[in-house]
Every structure is written in C-alpha cells, then in structure tokens.
Design a protein around this ligand. Structure first.
Ligand SMILES: CC(C)[C@H](C(=O)O)[C@@H](O)C(=O)O
Ligand code: SF4
Length: 472
C-alpha cells in the first residue's frame, strides 16, 4: 500500500521504533524563542550537557519584545529579563540568535521560511504551537513543550507517537477577494475547532495548488485552531520557486539533489488516511469570528447567530461567548464597530498580507478614534514593505508602522487591546483575554482588517471601492 506524505517524512526520520513506546524521531531544525526556552537551558546547565547540534538550532526574540521603540531597558522588566536570558543562553551554548539588533529578527514562523531554513521533507520543532506554519512547505513541523525543548537541545531527537491523518480535499478556486484566511476559518467553522484533534492534516486539491506560499502558510498556521497536531501541503513548483535562492537554501548541486528528493514528497494515490473530507472553495465568503473560539465564525454577509440555532454542545459556549463579546444575536456582521485594528502575527504579517491590506487602505484615512497597527512579521518584511512604499500608504492613512514581533496577537507585551474594546485582528486566536484582559477579538483576513480600519466597522471587501479618493 502507498504512503501518505506524513508517513513518508515520519519513516525517514525515525531513529528508533519501540513497541508500545513512543518512537524516537530525528529533528532537522529546532527553532527557539524567549518564552519557552529558559527552563530548557537551565535543565541543560544543571545536567552539564551541551546543545547537541547548535548548528541545527536557531533562536529569535518575538513574543515579549516591544515593537515601538526597541531601546533598552524595556518598560516591562519581565520582558527585559526574558530577552537577556535568551542572549546569555545562546552565547553560552553557541546557538545562533537573531536579536533586536539583527535585521534577520522577526516572528519565529516568519523568519525561518524567508531565510530558506524551512525546507520540504524536514522535521521541525519549536516550543510554540504555531510551528505548524512550516507544514506549508511539506515539512513535518509541530509545537513542543519546554521539557521537550530541553530533550531536543540535548539529543536532537524527540519522543513521539505517530499521529492519525486527516485529508482535506479542497475543490474549486476561492472567489475574487476571498483569501486563504477565509478558507481556513470557514473550514474550522463548518467542522468545529477540535475536529482535527490528534491528527496531522494534509490540505490538498485545486484551491490549495492555486495558493502562494504566503497563503499556504496562513492555512497551515491555523491547523492548530482546528485542533490538529500539524498541517501539511505537498511541495510543488510554487514551493520550489519560493525556496530557491533564499539565503540558507541549498545551492548548486545540492539544490538539484534536494529538488529530486522533494519531488517524491506527496501522498501516493493508494495511501490511506484515517479521515478524508472534501470542501468546496467556491462558496467561501470573507469571514469574521463573532465568538471566543475560531469555530464561532461566519461570512461578512451573515449575522451573529442565535445560540439556539447551534448544536447542543455549542449552545452554552456560544451564549457565554456573546456575553463576553458584547454582541446580540441577529446583529449584522457589517454593523459591528471596532475600536482597534491589528494587522500582524505569524498568521498574516508577510509581505503579501501587507500588500493586500495596503491595496485597501491606499487613498483612505483610518476612521476617527480607531487605533490601527501594522506590525510586519520580520525586519525583512518591514524592509521589503518600505522599499515598496507600503509604510507610507499606512502612515498617511493614520496607521502605526511598527518593528516586527508578535505584538497584539497575544497580551504578553506592550501592545494590548484595552478592556471591553473590540479588535479586528489578523491573528489566529480569539479566546477570552487573548489580546488583553476583557479584550474582544474578531479574527479576519488582512484586507478585511484594513477595510474595518477605514470604515469603522466590518465591511465586505468584495464591494470595496478601490478608486475613491481620501475620505476626510
Ligand atoms: C508563547 C507560546 C508558548 C504560545 C504558543 O505556543 O502558541 C504563543 O505563541 C501563542 O500563540 O499563544
Ligand atoms: S504571532 Fe501570535 S500565534 Fe504567532 S507565535 Fe507569536 S504569539 Fe504565537
């Protein structure tokens, strides 16, 4: 019988198979950041162990750093301590760190692909759930806990049970102005936010093949919000073109060799998945979440649902969600006004995301009183955007233009949403308090977030007037 893409990568990386015990899996690339690494390094110190393969380990700082001024000391002493600790650990253990002085710094899941470190067929881990992002390249990439971070630092291996597999065949193409963010949100909306628990997803079909790498990363990123362990997309010419000539990608003969290996990375026709589902891309509308999990989502042309219309298991949670969100059933999505707009995070802060948002914003002004932030995913993205003049479009409209970091995606740094405020956010999580205490998060695509910043409320980007001149 044939193998799935997941099984092919798994089999190539198993160092040791133990009956009834987790297998030992070799890890090709270990990414680390300031939040989940300190205890892991302390463990190594106590046991007097070195990092086994420092050259396969890469660190960046992203979660707790400020994105406005980067000068030390930070206002938040805990953030300052985390960053100093990472600096020391990387120095002591010989690990490459992209710190705030480096123009390679950025959100961990944005920098590895842009540097050409994320490669098809690899195993990758990070003490961070959204490591699934890298699955867009056909890499088996998933988040691990801090004790596992220590294990990988010490051995370059990880104990793992194999996961079940879930194939999502996405037929047809996405309509004009509808993005891959809308696609993944509507899939989660249809099946529920824990449907994929325990599974590694493979996204396939015409809609996926038509997506750019940036768009594919958005989908794999949110596999976690669907409950999955990881998400995968088989590499193809789009992938190879993206990787080629990236700084750390294989070059010359090594490239040719890698390419011929990568071309075997797909699920065989007769491979068996534990679950297979199909999804129609042609009917997807721009999405807005209205609740406190990503599955509580609907089209911009819909209204906030009545919890009574939902399944029994969702009813209570939806009722609570509407109280927290300050929303009434029946309110049209387009009537929901926002206070804050955040364009950023490892879901949607890459150059294409910023281009999409800038297209909407061009020639307009941010609606009065709205606080709107654009936070590029990396300093490289920032530089590229500035070369293209996107920063000017945002700044002239009244957006803040920041340095890279996780920023308002999570309430762990200076960029937080105020209590009771409503935020249109391009990030991936909307649970209670995610962006700050009592903050209300609505997950949307970059163009939808940009449109909300201009209009002051959610607005259907399919009807956007791109030509209109500046609104006073
Ligand atoms: C801080 C980190 C452990 C966390 C994660 O693993 O996802 C963060 O990145 C998040 O998005 O909530
Ligand atoms: S941007 Fe958000 S989701 Fe991504 S790693 Fe940072 S905190 Fe986690």
């Amino acid at each position: 019988m044939g193998k799935t893409l997941y099984e092919k990568i798994w089999d190539k990386h198993v160092v040791h198979n133990n009956d009834d015990q987790p297998a030992l899996l070799y890890i090709d690339l270990h990414l680390i950041h300031e939040v989940t690494s300190p205890q892991a390094f302390s463990g190594l110190r106590e046991a007097n162990r070195p990092v086994r393969r420092p050259e396969l380990t890469l660190a960046t700082m992203d979660h707790s750093i400020p994105t406005a001024s980067r000068s030390y000391p930070f206002r938040d002493p805990t953030a300052q301590l985390q960053v100093e600790t990472l600096e020391k650990n990387c120095r002591d253990f010989g690990v490459q760190l992209y710190n705030l002085e480096s123009d390679m710094q950025g959100i961990v899941h944005v920098i590895a692909p842009e540097l050409g470190l994320t490669l098809p067929g690899q195993t990758m881990v990070c003490g961070d759930s959204h490591t699934s992002t890298h699955g867009a390249f056909g890499a088996l990439a998933f988040g691990i806990g801090t004790s596992e971070v220590e294990h990988v630092l010490a051995t370059q291996c990880l104990k793992q049970y194999p996961s079940k597999t879930l194939s999502i065949m996405i037929n047809g193409r996405l309509p004009e102005a509808v993005t891959s963010k809308d696609l993944i949100l509507s899939i989660i909306g249809k099946y529920g936010n824990d449907f994929a628990a325990g599974h590694v997803i493979e996204y396939r079909g015409e809609a996926i093949e038509a997506l750019s790498m940036e768009e594919r990363m958005t989908i794999c990123n949110m596999s976690i919000e669907f409950g999955a362990r990881a998400g995968l997309i088989a590499p193809d010419d789009v992938t190879f073109d993206y990787v080629k000539n990236k700084p750390f990608a294989p070059k010359g003969e090594k490239w040719d060799q890698a390419l011929s290996e990568w071309k075997s990375l797909y699920s065989d026709e007769d491979a068996n998945f534990n679950i297979s589902i199909e999804f129609d891309a042609t009917k997807v509308a721009p999405q807005v979440t209205w609740g406190t999990n990503p599955g509580f989502v609907g089209g911009i042309d819909e209204s906030v649902p009545n919890p009574d219309s939902l399944s029994k298991e969702n009813k209570k949670e939806a009722e609570d969600a509407l109280v927290y969100m300050g929303l009434e059933p029946g309110t049209k999505m387009e009537e929901i006004a926002v206070d804050t707009v955040f364009i950023g995070s490892c879901t949607n802060s890459r150059i294409e995301d910023l281009r999409e948002a800038a297209k909407i914003v061009k020639g307009y002004k941010v609606f009065p009183e709205i606080r709107a932030l654009v936070v590029p995913g990396s300093q490289q993205v920032k530089k590229q955007a500035e070369q293209e003049g996107l920063d000017k479009i945002f700044l002239e409209a009244g957006f803040e233009w920041r340095n890279s970091g996780c920023s308002m995606c999570l309430g762990m740094n200076e960029d937080i949403v105020m209590p009771g405020e409503r935020c249109a956010s391009t990030s991936n999580r909307n649970f209670e308090g995610r962006q700050g205490r009592n903050a209300r998060t609505h997950l949307v695509s970059p163009s939808m977030a940009a449109a909300a910043a201009i209009k002051g409320h959610f607005y259907d980007v399919r009807n956007w007037d791109f030509k209109k001149e500046v609104i006073q």
